[in-house]
Design a binder for this molecule. Structure first.
Ligand code: PZK
Length: 286
């Protein structure tokens, strides 16, 4: 991309600056599992994630403004407003799993918020909870309590991001559940524009920023299968790989099955054929 300067790399995404006000966010077809990026790509995974994010940004504009300016013809690149990012990962959990389940087992609480006794792994919570974390440059984000979050962004901004995060989660989780997908939890990033307004940035309810579970297979008391990555995890487990880099190459049938799951998530949630998205990415905005 000769017209833009590379400004950042994530595990599976790249960020470029067009100028002082505009960025291009590119979702690659890379996939990570157990925190390791695999040498094999999943064709169209980046397009699915970019299309899903744009779909959700378009449908949540009345709740909070967002950074999306437009989609490029390639379907994997989005042009965004450049913001001052808040130093906080805004996590909402509707179900008890992952680090929330670990915290709960250890202390009966997560992010300093007490939870009812007797929860089983993957149980639905009585109400969604806001459990912020700090952005770690390397490795895992660290769960923090609301006092620590307040020190990072201030009391007013924290109240605002908590309210907006819970509103966004309730909207998308209801929407997805009606289409057979449980959004167990999700992570948001927000920025602030030149006028001090809160802006929803980064990605919105993708399988990389959220845990998607197939509702038809939901059964609390055990870990749930991942909607998108379960074939990859099962294959990696079958190898006895030690989960350190480099990860294994994926065989064609695992690649094809995983691609099909990403496309299925896109089509269930958007009710738009993925081929229509490829022909004209802006279909998801209308
Ligand atoms: C921003 N990241 C995460 C890191 C990626 C993405 N609208 C924005 N304005 C300013 N900064 C960012 C955004 C957004 N979104 C996002 N880091 C900064 C990130 C590496 C690669 F693709």
């Amino acid at each position: 991309m000769p017209e833009a300067a590379h400004v950042g790399s994530g595990k599976v995404r790249e960020l470029y600056a067009i100028d002082g006000d505009q960025l291009v966010l590119v979702a690659t077809d890379r996939i990570s599992t157990f925190d390791v990026v695999l040498p094999t790509e999943i064709p169209d995974k980046g397009r699915v994630l970019t299309g899903l994010s744009a779909f959700w940004f378009a449908r949540t504009r009345s709740t909070v403004p967002n950074h999306l300016l437009g989609l490029r013809e390639d379907g994997r690149s989005s042009e965004c407003r450049r913001l001052e990012m808040l130093p906080l990962e805004c996590v909402v959990r509707g179900y008890i799993t992952g680090s929330g389940w670990k915290d709960y087992q250890a202390s009966g609480a997560t992010s300093g918020q007490a939870l009812p006794d007797g929860l089983r792994e993957s149980d639905r919570l009585p109400a969604p909870i806001f459990t912020p974390s700090t952005k770690a440059d390397e490795g895992h984000d660290e769960n923090i309590d609301l006092d620590q979050a307040r020190e990072l962004v201030g009391a007013e901004r924290l109240e605002e991001v908590e309210r907006v995060s819970l509103d966004l989660y309730r909207f998308a989780a209801d929407y997805a559940l009606a289409r057979g997908i449980i959004v167990a939890d999700t992570k948001f990033e927000f920025g602030v524009d030149g006028e001090g307004r809160l802006v929803f940035a980064d990605e919105a309810f993708t399988p990389d920023s959220s845990r998607f579970w197939p509702a038809a297979e939901y059964e609390p008391g055990r870990p749930q299968p991942s909607f998108d990555k379960q074939f990859v995890r099962d294959y990696c487990e079958s190898l006895g790989w030690d989960k350190t880099a480099p990860g294994p190459e994926l065989p064609d049938e695992v690649v094809a099955g995983t691609r099909a799951r990403y496309v299925e998530a896109f089509e269930r949630l958007t009710e738009i054929p993925f081929d229509s998205y490829l022909a004209d990415p802006e279909t998801v905005l209308r």
